[in-house]
Ligand binder design. Structure first.
Ligand code: ADP
Ligand code: MG
Length: 488
């Protein structure tokens, strides 16, 4: 399990925690990709994607997986696991054969979509590799039609894959590799039997790769049942833990929600995930933050799938500063690498705490893990610190008070175009419309997400009104479109 290292010794204890000296992380293994037995076109594509050196899990897993061995790899979110299994899958693929040759199981629809997207990017070195995602929450018939047209790689959630297998729309005779991504989370979600069903439908002589953040008993059982002498890799997580700077702030009940605003204005993170223990507290916090002009959105169980997608799009495209959620709502989301995580309450469970703070800090960046501690929660901090072996660093809310009063605004804002995949809109069309006639620079445009019904485009906040007007006045795919600004 991950361990949070003690904060660095605080020599002359500066009052400003942001200025505290933090030693650079221990130099990570920085092996270049070109030492792997991969075609030059693949290496070139990786370089185009900005992948120059392997992450530690990739350096450990790729040689084993490329050699065809079964593998159990334990590493946390944000460590680059997708490429660690996608490159071996792609390497063994016969692009001329339109049969499903690799299957990736993920715990949630969002994770499956993200994995499918990443696999598509990594597959660009070769022509015409079809990656299909099959998840619950979408009608099954169109998925079956897509399968009938042929796919090389399928990424999906266990339940839906099982449905396709039992209907006969998914055939696995030509399968060469099975991947269980985030195996521990799939088991947490009760997917053991579904996974077993899918694994049994795969040919025996396949390769099986299992990725997991932790290594509980269920994972051992899965491995024993469905893998052939798997090689095991577990990564010490010091590199990542080094980058998480934890601070604890004592607050009274009355101070708690307002303190979140103070922390945000002090640390000024671009993206923050704030954890609450209850849904009601999520709603209250969003209200308090809105009143202070901070762009926050709540993620809770009462949202329908479309609303939830919209919230996640806006957070990921940097037009919302704070995502407020409960552990349950945030579960299964691949949100990591954030500048900050704020624990609005301290959770009683040290494991949950470690999981929460693990969402911050990734790759070359540092992250803040800030916890607000009520009078009755101090012993929880004690438990967490003991189980993780660090000395908690306490700071005072009062010292934040005088800090930067400037409003904290996200860099981008989101425009929603009422039209999406069903209208054959593609990201390039929107980018073209904004950078063409409308005259904006590509740097002013952020992420573009096309869903079935809608398209979301992030633009720099300072051009959002003009961009809205130009899109609404112009045409997309030869048609007028309705556009609105999502901003509250
Ligand atoms: P995990 O599955 O372990 O949570 P991901 O595979 O989603 O991690 O990777 C996290 C992020 O790091 C992604 O944005 C991915 O594009 C990026 N990434 C992965 N490997 C590398 C690499 N070797 N160099 C640079 N970026 C990488
Ligand atoms: Mg992953």
């Amino acid at each position: 399990m991950s361990s949070i290292l003690p904060p660095p010794p605080d020599a002359d204890s500066a009052a400003d925690p942001a200025a505290t000296f933090v030693p650079p992380p221990v130099a990570a293994v920085s092996a270049p990709f070109d030492q792997l037995p991969l075609p030059a076109a693949v290496i070139a594509n990786l370089a185009r994607l900005g992948y120059h050196t392997m992450t530690p899990i990739q350096a450990a897993a790729l040689p084993v997986a490329l050699a065809g061995d079964d593998l159990i790899a334990q590493a946390k979110t944000g460590s680059g696991k997708t490429a660690a299994f996608a490159l071996p899958l792609l390497n063994r693929l016969d692009a001329r054969s339109f049969a499903v040759q690799a299957l990736v199981l993920c715990p949630t629809r969002e994770l499956a979509e993200q994995v499918a997207q990443e696999v598509r990017r990594l597959a660009r070195a070769e022509e015409n590799i079809k990656v299909l995602s099959l998840c619950g929450g979408s009608p099954i018939r169109p998925q079956a039609d897509s399968l009938a047209h042929g796919a090389h790689i399928v990424v999906g959630t266990p339940g839906r894959l099982m449905d396709h297998l039992s209907r006969g729309s998914l055939k696995l005779d030509a399968l060469r590799a099975l991947v269980l991504d985030e195996a521990d989370r799939m088991l947490d979600m009760g997917f053991f039997d579904d996974i077993a069903y899918v694994a049994k439908a795969c040919p025996k002589d396949r390769q099986t790769l299992l990725f997991s953040a932790t290594y509980p008993e269920g994972v051992v059982r899965l491995a024993r049942q469905f893998m052939r002498q798997p090689r095991e890799i577990a990564l010490a997580e010091q590199h990542e833990a080094d980058k998480i700077r934890q601070r604890f702030y004592e607050v009274t009940r009355e101070q708690r929600l307002a303190a979140v605003g103070l922390l945000l204005r002090h640390y000024r993170p671009e993206s923050t995930l704030a954890f609450c223990n209850t849904k009601q507290q999520c709603r209250d916090l969003v209200d308090v933050l809105h009143a202070e002009g901070i762009h926050a959105l709540a993620l809770h169980g009462d949202l329908d799938q479309r609303e939830r997608d919209q919230v996640l799009v806006r957070f990921a495209n940097r037009s919302c500063s704070v995502l407020v959620g409960t552990d349950v709502a945030a579960r299964g989301l691949d949100i990591a690498g954030l500048e900050a995580v704020i624990n609005v309450d301290v959770t009683p469970d040290p494991e949950v705490h470690v999981h929460r703070v693990g969402r911050t800090g990734r790759a070359e960046r540092d992250g803040w893990a800030l916890s607000l501690v009520g009078p009755t929660e101090k012993n929880r901090v004690g438990n967490i610190a003991r189980s993780q072996g660090f000395e908690p660093q306490w700071e005072s809310i009062a010292e934040l008070q005088a800090e930067n009063a400037a409003p904290l605004l996200p860099p981008m804002a989101t425009l929603q175009i009422l039209g999406g995949r069903k209208d054959k809109i593609r990201p390039g069309d929107v980018l073209g419309a904004l950078t063409g006639e409308a005259g904006f620079a590509a740097e002013q445009i952020g992420k573009i997400n096309v869903t079935e019904q809608s398209t979301y485009v992030a633009v720099r906040r300072n051009i959002v009104r003009q961009a809205l007007k130009r899109l609404a006045d112009g045409k997309l795919k030869g048609k007028k479109v309705r556009v609105r600004l999502l901003d509250e």
